[in-house]
Design a protein around this ligand. Structure first.
Ligand code: TTP
Ligand code: MG
Length: 350
């Protein structure tokens, strides 16, 4: 599992508003989705902790928020401004020269494997201090093995905190928690698990994985592993994940379609292993050939749907490779997948 520093900005949109309107500080206020005049029809996107003290929450109807606290200040959301601040946070974090994955507008996962626990935790605290002083925004840091547990550590340390969760502490950390505490389990999955008699992470860990797969598909085994304290998903730096590719120089040059098929299958196996590890689905497949005279040609196809299937990849890549057979013998072949999407369905990366 990679060692991960996970950052989640505190009450992000509301903190951005406090930054440019300091007079809001200390007063309960919400950031909403509809213009001031029709605000009651909108939804609370977020609110500061003063508003949370009255039970106001993200996702709540604005009218309900006002029932909880009459004197709430209403601020209309300004997405471009929040996106700009998000970019500035990302830029600051990038200066540490570690792989970094943007999770959402206010969450980032950093691969700190090379640092080890102590230095990773010190680095996390230094990052937190710099985000605070240089950008003026509060945030919370979680450090653990695997993105999921780093995020959960972060959730527990909120607000304005930092928590280190060592690998050996993960089982104890998960014990007794409800399934909703696991990132990736929303209300729908919670219901389906409940139908199987599973409400806690202990029960999820003990559940029969085949039964989970029957009920939830491949997500079932993924969630089962998480409940067991295992999350091998890599931190995918945006630059790395635009595509996943492998290539190989042939032992001898060839124009034989059958030989080529075998090579493509081997390379496709390597690509699919990487796709699975990083939990992406792909929509574009490309085969590449380098000929004896060192010229190169590629053929690409975009699939109808996203896929993570090895069979689909092999069939498509073989077909494309055959289209690359010409007069000249081939000495090197490659397979690439692109137009990737996180299999968890949250993030589209070109
Ligand atoms: P979160 O990180 O979930 O919430 P937060 O940053 O406001 O508060 P916390 O301190 O608990 O992390 O979401 C980040 C931003 O995304 C949030 O500021 C506003 C926006 N958002 C919505 O627009 N709608 C929603 O339902 C949620 C949950 C968030
Ligand atoms: Mg946040």
């Amino acid at each position: 599992m990679p060692l991960v520093i996970f950052i989640d900005m505190d009450y992000f949109f509301a903190a951005c508003e406090e930054l440019r309107r300091p007079e809001l500080k200390g007063k309960p206020f919400i950031v909403g989705t509809s213009p001031e005049e029709s605000k009651m029809k909108g939804v609370v996107q977020t609110c500061n902790y003063e508003a949370r003290a009255f039970g106001v929450r993200s996702g709540m109807a604005t009218s309900e928020a006002y029932r909880k606290k009459k004197e709430l200040v209403y601020v209309e959301a300004d997405d471009p401004y929040y996106e700009e601040l998000s970019r500035r946070v990302l830029q600051l974090l990038r200066s540490y020269q570690l792989p970094i994955e943007g999770y959402s507008i206010d969450e980032f996962a950093i691969d700190a494997t090379q640092l080890g626990y102590e230095r990773a935790f010190d680095t996390a605290k230094a990052m937190k201090a710099r985000v605070n002083t240089e950008i003026g925004l509060p945030c919370t840091m979680g450090v653990s093995m695997g993105k999921t547990f780093a995020k959960m550590a972060c959730d527990e340390a909120k607000p304005n905190g930092a928590k280190l969760l060592r690998e050996e502490e993960i089982p104890g950390f998960l014990r007794g928690k409800g399934v909703r505490k696991l990132p990736g389990i929303g209300p729908k999955t919670e219901e389906r698990l409940k139908a199987l008699g599973i409400t806690t992470l202990d029960e999820l860990a003990r559940a029969d994985v085949n039964r989970l797969i029957a009920e939830l598909g491949s997500n079932g085994s993924w969630l089962h592993n998480l409940a067991l304290g295992k999350d091998s998903a890599k931190v995918m730096d945006a630059q790395e994940v635009l595509s996943i590719s492998r290539e190989r120089t042939l032992d001898e040059q060839t124009r034989d379609p059958k030989r080529l098929d075998l090579e493509i299958e081997r390379i496709a196996d390597m690509v699919i292993e990487e796709v699975r590890k990083s939990q992406y689905s792909f929509k574009t497949v490309t085969s590449k050939a380098r000929y004896a005279d060192f010229t190169e040609r590629i053929r690409s196809r975009t699939l109808q749907n996203y896929s993570s299937s090895g069979e689909v990849l092999k069939a498509t890549a073989k077909q494309l490779a055959r289209e690359l057979i010409g007069d000249r013998p081939i000495r090197k072949v490659g397979v690439r997948v692109s137009t990737l999407i996180s299999a968890k369905g949250q993030q589209r990366l070109v």
